[in-house]
Design a protein around this ligand. Sequence first.
Ligand code: AMP
Length: 280
Amino acid sequence: MFLVETIEDLRNKIDALKDDGTLGFVPTMGALHMGHISLVEKAVLENQITVVSIFVNPNQFNDKSDLEKYPRTLEADLKLLKDTGCNIVFAPDAKVIYPKKDTRKFDFGPLESIMEGKHRPGHFNGVAQVVSRLFEIVKPKKAYFGLKDFQQLAIIKNMVKQLDLQVQIVPCDIIREKSGLAMSSRNELLTAEERKNAAVISDTLFKTKELSKKKSVQELKSWMVETINKNKYLSVEYVEIVDDIQLQPVNSWDENSAKVACVAAFCGKVRLIDNIVLTD
Ligand code: AMP
């Protein structure tokens, strides 16, 4: 496994390793956990070469202190990646990704007007900037994204269409801790007590799935907010039940689409997101 920091080194390594097989790509912001590793393992299985990028993208943070606090653990990340079969780790400096200020403005319409798009202004524009730039540099055939960031996945698919890129986006299941808590780099910022209590978020989502047969959409959303907020460590930012294509809030179960329940909540000062598909 090679660690490279420049585009030139990356291209040289890819050229040296690749014959006529496909290149799989897993973009990450590091502080890797088994959620990330599951994406890498899938990429390794499906491609001749796997490239993982580690880059904490300043353009997608709408909150400066969130960017500063974001965990950076390159050595541990490399250790975790070593046995996955990943071929190249690309860990560039911001100047490599943005040699000059990226001023592109993407328009994702209603896809970005709710949930993460609404509560983190500019976030998805920054995500689209970095992912499109990384695609331009790495030139993958397939790129792997977690369903943990369900709205991000929809944004990336939309961006690929808008820019007419020749890359296949592969969605990957959410990997959870034993408690049910969705794995996240941000979990490292929780105290032990907070981490235990954060599992109330996933517990609530699992129960939401059961209750979706018994409660109306409105009743269920109110129940979710109440159940999470009852825990003294947690505070809901939003809950939403949306269709899985346009990600628009639904008002009833009759509408002809799969439904996904999504949550963003603070556990202490740490913002966590999670979701569950309600329809089997
Ligand atoms: P991040 O480093 O948080 O930007 O995440 C990089 C990729 O890993 C994204 O596609 C995430 O959706 C994915 N990911 C993060 N956490 C998980 C998880 N618990 N399960 C599956 N994929 C995940």
